[in-house]
Write a protein that binds this ligand. Structure first.
Ligand code: CP
Length: 305
């Protein structure tokens, strides 16, 4: 039995195989619409979500399975003091696979240690969000064809933005990927991620002005400032609109640059950018469902031919 806690739990070969599976499902969803008949996914969300929870549920429903779960800690026995370890022991009696989001870093790992069913980390605090990374990787591969040699700009809240941490880790396994990290001083990438970049010998720069990076980028990965992780409102208010991608900035970019965002978007991408053909963040969400369908099948040992 396997779990997914970080993107590195999958080898590069397994990741490529998973994306191939997702492409097959995307090309002919009807063919796979009963492969999970009789299976149940439990979505255990101790933090709010729109995309991740619903795309896991949509993924299982499209595979013929069923869903159960809770969408907030308040609606679970966590409010009575039940531990994550005990909760997953209970859920293991009801479901075949679980996806867990939790505000505490490492909570899904604790669940995995006490589980008899596969557990997927659906986002743990400011740490990791591996299935968003699978979504991002599938989108990049589908739209750019490859990862090697790409220059990616990561912009916004690089301190708390767990999707950025997971994506860097995954991309570091490919050749000659260059990172331009664009953030205010207070929201720079955590040391442990910078150390991983240095250890791999990848080229990187840390800058504060988005305009200075635009013309060099193949991919621009925008992120929102993570309000829920700030200790005081004043800092959040000061930093929340630090970056706003608008058409004026888009004019500086290459014609084939793509703009990605894990969403939800707040103000960091002006609505006018949505109509630019390089804006791919809504398309990205679609890839998310197909890669989660493939992941569910992989963890349940269901073959996709
Ligand atoms: N991208 C993402 O994690 O979105 P949700 O918080 O809506 O799940």
């Amino acid at each position: 039995m396997r779990h997914l806690m970080t993107p590195l739990d999958l080898s590069v070969e397994e990741l490529e195989k998973l994306m191939d599976m997702a492409e097959k499902i995307k090309a002919d969803p009807e063919k796979y619409s009963h492969v999970c008949d009789g299976k149940i996914i439990a979505t255990l969300f101790y933090e709010p979500s729109t995309r991740t929870r619903l795309s896991f549920e949509a993924a299982m429903l499209h595979l013929g399975g069923k869903t159960m779960g809770f969408h907030s800690a308040d609606s679970s026995s966590a409010t009575k003091g039940e531990s994550v370890a005990d909760t997953i022991r209970i859920i293991s009696c009801f479901a075949d696979i679980a996806a867990m989001r939790h505000p505490k870093e490492g909570a899904p790992m604790v669940a995995a240690e006490h589980s008899t069913i596969p557990v997927i980390n659906a986002g743990d605090g400011g740490h990791q969000h591996p299935t968003q990374t699978l979504t991002d990787m599938m989108t990049i591969r589908a739209l750019k064809g490859h990862f090697n040699g790409m220059t990616i700009g990561l912009c916004g809240d690089l301190k708390f933005g767990r999707t950025v941490h997971s994506l860097i880790r995954a991309l570091l396994r490919y050749d000659d990927v260059k990172f331009i990290m664009i953030s205010p001083e207070e929201l720079k990438i955590p040391d442990y991620i910078r150390d991983e970049i240095k250890k791999k010998g990848a080229e990187y720069k840390e800058i504060t002005k988005l305009e200075d990076a635009m013309e060099k980028l193949d991919i621009l990965y925008m992120t929102r400032v993570q309000k829920e992780r700030f200790f005081n409102e004043e800092d959040y208010v000061r930093l929340k609109d630090y970056y706003i991608l608008d058409m004026k900035k888009m004019e500086l970019a290459k014609d084939d640059m793509i703009v990605l965002h894990p969403l939800p978007r707040v103000n960091e991408i002006a609505v006018e950018v949505d109509n630019d053909p390089r804006a791919k963040y809504f398309e990205q969400v679609q890839y998310g469902m197909y890669i989660r369908m493939a992941l569910i099948c992989m963890l349940l040992n269901i073959e996709i031919r």
